[in-house]
Design a protein around this ligand. Structure first.
Ligand code: TMP
Ligand code: ASP
Length: 253
């Protein structure tokens, strides 16, 4: 079989050329990083779970008319996606204070916020993804006013959708991050939800016990990360309760 062309490799995923123009294959690795990759590990089964979970959320969004880059899952670790031009922003929506907002503004973790708060971070690893304002985004041309309106609307629709789903399975959606991409169609452009939606990019707390079911388990050394993600998948009916994620043997390099 011909070797596929790698288009991009990030910390948790690899993008390969897709079978048709305008498509890409997104491969989910088992690598976990935190604190701008200062902490890293390989977590058996994480890629399989995130591929499934991102498929589940993106399909649900597509079904309610929130456009995403997702086309279909191809196998355990890969999905076919539309090629998009990624807007260099991490768009974070927060419902409950946790993580950086708690530190920055001195709000105790777990405090419900008066309303969902949308924040923008400039996607730049070398700078540690700094928080930026609309002024920076407009002045530096990362997005237009219209884009920002559309991005906030998308982010809030994703928030409503994900919050509803999570509440239904006894989980609080504390916060999450999305990335947004542009698709050009003739003279027009559309903005779509891109990258991934998974417990890597959300904070998810069990409603009854407060148990963390997201990447904070890894960031804060709270236990087995794959088990936490598998619990989310099991509750959503994405994976049967007794399924062990099938993983490839680890290759050392
Ligand atoms: P924060 O509290 O560290 O700013 O993170 C807010 C949310 O965004 C949290 O759910 C984790 C997610 N996030 C990412 O997915 N990638 C990142 O690089 C960062 C900093 C946060
Ligand atoms: N994903 C980022 C990193 O690799 C930050 C984080 O999720 O904590 O460092």
């Amino acid at each position: 079989m011909a070797r596929r062309t790698k288009v991009y490799e990030g910390k948790a995923k690899i993008l390969y050329e897709g079978p048709e123009p305008g498509t890409l294959i997104q491969y989910f690795k088992d690598d976990a990083t935190a604190f701008n990759a200062e902490k890293r590990d390989v977590i058996e089964g994480k890629g399989v779970l995130n591929n499934r979970l991102s498929e589940y959320f993106m399909t649900g969004l597509n079904n309610i008319g929130v456009p995403t880059h997702f086309i279909r899952r191809l196998n355990m670790r890969e999905q076919l996606i539309r090629a998009v031009e990624i807007i260099p922003l991490e768009v974070v929506v927060r419902n409950i204070a946790a993580g950086s907002i708690s530190k920055r503004l001195g709000i105790e973790e777990g405090t419900p916020l008066p309303r969902p708060i949308v924040e923008f971070y400039y996607k730049n690893d070398a700078l540690g993804d700094p928080l930026v304002s609309e002024e920076h985004i407009l002045a530096f041309g990362w997005a237009t006013h219209q884009d920002l309106d559309d991005i906030v609307a998308l982010a809030l629709r994703v928030n409503d959708f994900l919050s509803g789903i999570m509440t239904g399975v006894g989980i609080k959606l504390v916060d999450f991050k999305i990335e947004v991409g542009r698709i050009y169609e003739g003279d027009f452009q559309r903005l779509v939800v891109a990258d991934e939606i998974s417990p890597d990019s959300c904070r998810l707390w069990d409603i009854k016990t407060g148990r963390k079911l997201d990447k904070d388990v890894f960031r804060r050394d709270l236990g087995n990360l794959s088990e936490a993600y598998a619990e989310v998948a099991r509750r959503l009916g994405v994976m049967p309760s007794n399924a062990t994620p099938i993983t490839k043997p680890k290759l050392m390099n």
